[in-house]
Design a protein around this ligand. Structure first.
Ligand code: FAM
Length: 460
């Protein structure tokens, strides 16, 4: 559906060439090479184009949640309103062609996406396996984190628990310790990278422990398998390791949710907090709490709740007319249709399309009533939302599809779904943390205005 640009095609063939060389550099080695070039690029932008205008700041930006305002530097991905997300210029389909999968698997894995986001390069198979191994070796939780999570009430929302666990892991922060020792600014990024890898490594065990405590109390959690990729281990620790299709789905889901440029609430929050030199743990924990809002990451829990109540009310064999009527009832009661609309996108979200394509290749998913209902809703909702006339983007976002496949495979606890999104979002937030330090980006501090001050400026 989305055409690769000429530069992407060149990039992809370079990627293939890299894979043939089967280099086994570490992600640190590659960053050492890439960072000086980017630092130079930023220096030139500042000195030669510092006064260039990228757009106007209008009153509608200030009072309208800064929608569309070009005001942030974010390296890993750029979101095109019509074509969707591009990771260093590559579409999801491009990534599916070149990023290494797990041994025996087909879907992109978190490690290869993290490598791409961090370095802008396609990792070789060997590099990907090496990173998987490093993550697995560092994946055990410290005992105090296990005790902390085990002490929480099981009624506490899993996202609240995840944020608490991540924030408390900052006890281990190498960045914070080095900062206290007075390291040079030019060295920040190396400690930021170390923390980022350590944190990413521990997320599956943390997220799986939260799941076990709430939904399967007392059930033993399998040990980390050093030969598995990050998400393979996550699926295993959740208790779904023997479900190949769910594991593959989680791999795809986590890789393509990894980053969605910088302006979305979780990425932006994490970047803002990181800009104060709070360590990567605190920065990402803050991002997680932004993700926990129903207009953002919690929408995936809301979508399934909404689709299930539609199914409960309307029964099997739901027609397009039934869905249309249900959609209008939702809208007329003043609620949003979860899983539809977007702050930037103006077309169906390619992440939604990628998850739908995953279903298309599996007859058992296509036969599932809830998967069918999600598809049928997509056939009706855009026209209803257009007629309703408010939503700037009447099309589905990623969350319209993400939950139904989890549900089909037995991961039925909606409240947990945003935790999976949270594990994924670490890839982008941590990448930006490393880059913000490598580029020496300053503390964020936009100017705010009161309404009186705005009126005064307008009169002037
Ligand atoms: N259903 C009903 N009304 C909607 C709507 C939807 N799905 N999406 C937007 N609108 C309304 C919106 O509430 C606003 O109404 P008011 O003027 O009365 O305030 C109007 O349409 C214009 O909004 P917009 O400019 O089109 O959207 P925003 O950029 O303000 O908001 C979203 C973007 C995503 C917060 C919004 O579309 C929404 O609430 N969607 C449903 C929740 C959802 O699926 N969130 C997940 C987003 C996802 F990509 C993610 O973060 N994971």
């Amino acid at each position: 559906m989305f055409k690769s640009s000429a530069s992407t095609t060149r990039y992809l063939s370079r990627g293939f060439a890299q894979r043939r060389l089967a280099s086994t550099k570490t992600v640190r080695d590659v960053l050492e090479e890439v960072i000086p070039k980017k630092q130079l690029q930023l220096k030139q932008l500042k000195t030669e184009h510092g006064q260039a205008v990228l757009g106007d700041v209008k009153v509608e930006h200030v009072v309208g949640g800064m929608r569309g305002l070009k005001a942030m530097l974010w390296e890993a991905s750029v979101l095109d309103p019509n074509e969707g997300i591009r990771f260093h210029g590559m579409t999801i389909q491009d990534c599916q062609k070149v990023l290494p999968a797990a041994p025996g698997g087909k879907e992109i894995i978190a490690e290869s996406m993290f490598w791409l986001l961090l370095t802008g390069k396609v990792p070789t198979e060997a590099e990907t396996r090496q990173l998987s191994r490093e993550l697995a070796e560092k994946g055990e939780l410290p005992e105090y984190i296990e005790k902390l999570i085990d002490s929480l009430p099981t009624t506490l929302h899993p996202m609240t628990q995840l944020g608490m666990g991540v924030a408390a892991l900052n006890h281990e922060s190498k960045f914070q310790a080095a900062y206290e020792q007075g390291i040079k600014k030019s060295e920040y990024w190396t400690y930021a990278l170390e923390d980022s890898i350590n944190l990413l490594a521990r997320l599956p065990a943390l997220a799986a422990r939260i799941y076990r405590n709430i939904y399967n109390p007392g059930k033993p959690i399998p040990k980390i398998n050093k030969d598995l990729d990050l998400v393979g281990n996550y699926a295993n620790m959740l208790g779904f390791g023997d479900n190949y299709d769910l594991t593959e789905y989680l791999r795809l889901y986590i890789a393509i949710h990894g980053d969605h440029e910088g302006g979305n609430a979780s990425a932006h929050t994490s970047h803002l907090v990181g800009s104060t030199l709070a360590d990567p743990y605190l920065s990402y924990a803050a991002g997680l709490y932004a993700l926990a809002g129903p207009l953002h990451g919690l929408a995936n829990q809301e979508v399934l709740r909404w689709q299930m109540s539609m199914q409960k009310e309307l029964g099997d064999n739901i027609s397009h007319d039934h869905i249309r009527e249900y959609l209008w009832r939702t809208l007329k009661s003043g609620q949003v249709v979860p899983g539809y609309g977007h702050g930037v996108l103006r077309n169906p979200d390619p992440r939604f399309m990628a998850l739908q394509e995953f279903c298309e290749t599996r007859p058992e998913l296509l036969a599932d009533p809830i998967v069918q209902l999600v598809k049928k809703t997509y056939e009706v909702a855009p026209a209803v939302l257009k007629e309703h006339g408010k939503t700037k983007n009447p099309y589905p976002n990623v969350d319209a599809a993400s939950g139904c496949v989890l549900y089909h495979y037995g991961l039925t606890q909606f409240k947990y779904y945003t935790v999976i999104f949270g594990v994924s979002r670490a890839l982008g937030c941590l990448t930006q943390y490393v880059w913000a330090k490598a580029l020496g980006l300053p503390i964020e501090r936009p100017k705010s205005l009161s309404m009186d001050a705005i009126e005064k400026l307008i009169k002037q």
